[in-house]
Write a protein that binds this ligand. Sequence first.
Ligand SMILES: Cc1ncc(COP(=O)(O)O)c(C=O)c1O
Length: 400
Amino acid sequence: MENQNSPLNYLDFNASSPLHPELIEKIPQVLFHFGNPSSIHWAGRESKTLLREARENIAKLLNVQSLEIIFTSGGSEANTTVLHRFLSAAQKTSRNELITTKIEHPSISQSVIALRAQGIKVHEINVDRDGNFDWTHFQSVLSEKTALVSVMFANNETGVLLPIKDIAQQAHAVGAKMHTDAVQALGKVPLDLKDLDVDFASFSGHKFYSLKGTGVLYVKKGFDLGSLIFGGGQERKRRGGTENTLGIWSLGMMAQKKNQILDEALRMKYLRDMMEARIQKEISDVEITHKQALRLPNTSSLILRNVDGDTLLMSLDVKGFAISTGSACSSGRPEPSLVLRNIGLSHFEAQNSLRISFGWMTTEKQVHDFVDALKEVVQRLRKIDEEETLRKKYDSLECR
Ligand SMILES: Cc1ncc(COP(=O)(O)O)c(C=O)c1O
């Protein structure tokens, strides 16, 4: 999938991805299927068929059964459903503790705050600066009291991959259930939920070239989580609300591209490694977070010393490059990312981190153009900074 040589270069695929061109082409026809899938007349039946086909395609992609797929509004809803539904039921029993990590998406970490307020004991396991999961801590808190272990498959900020299969095996050995937030993995690495042996998993369409507002919750056959959203009994009473037929169709279409995932993963890894090699050679004072760890093939998280991350982002934006920084600008004040702080980066390292994430549309030329632009901007900003420091030094001398 080649990019149209646009002067705008999008390198922020972990935030969201553009729609796959095939979907853009086909969407107008699908828009005519407006019926409510619960209606029993022809219009309803058409929409119901779209849902059935999408469910089958997604189940095939993940190597699970169609009945194990529940459509949601996105990854956040899928995560929230598992944590809140599972733990509110578990709370009444002696197996009522949650184990998760310190690097989860806010839909998990904010749920943890709410669950703690309800009196649920939560253990948060560390992932260190080198990307290692703290097995010692995990094994010390894993017990017959553990109801659920929820660990993300891949981190959205650094791309680090967590050892889900091994964690699931140990969780099951004490009788606990296993959930993984696999939102960032979908379409970037091959996924086989049966092989991973997880009980629940969350996915999101807009990270995989599909429409926003579409997600999937996998619930292993035989387990009833109940519903977070009450409604007209849709999704076999597991998620109320009229289904987002168009969004679900779009994700189902992408699920048919299973064979492209590994090829694209290898291509993105080649581009990512090439970019990192060039950056390390041509720009001083750069560190690549989790460089030696197993990472998503498309993600690179850089710490650029002696240059402000937000100024860098804005300067690159002016040049047409869309990337992310390690600061979250809430209430007008940029705060360093908690995830980056939790893996051991200092306040400044986290704030001066950049995340570059590639997708199926990323070209080699875009990557080279990005490195050229980054090099020029970093040099310019560091020079301005040096001149400013010197000027301040002279000013202070004159005052004496
Ligand atoms: C790891 C992870 N989990 C969950 C989500 C939430 O997904 P959604 O935007 O579909 O709610 C995201 C989105 O950024 C994510 O990166």
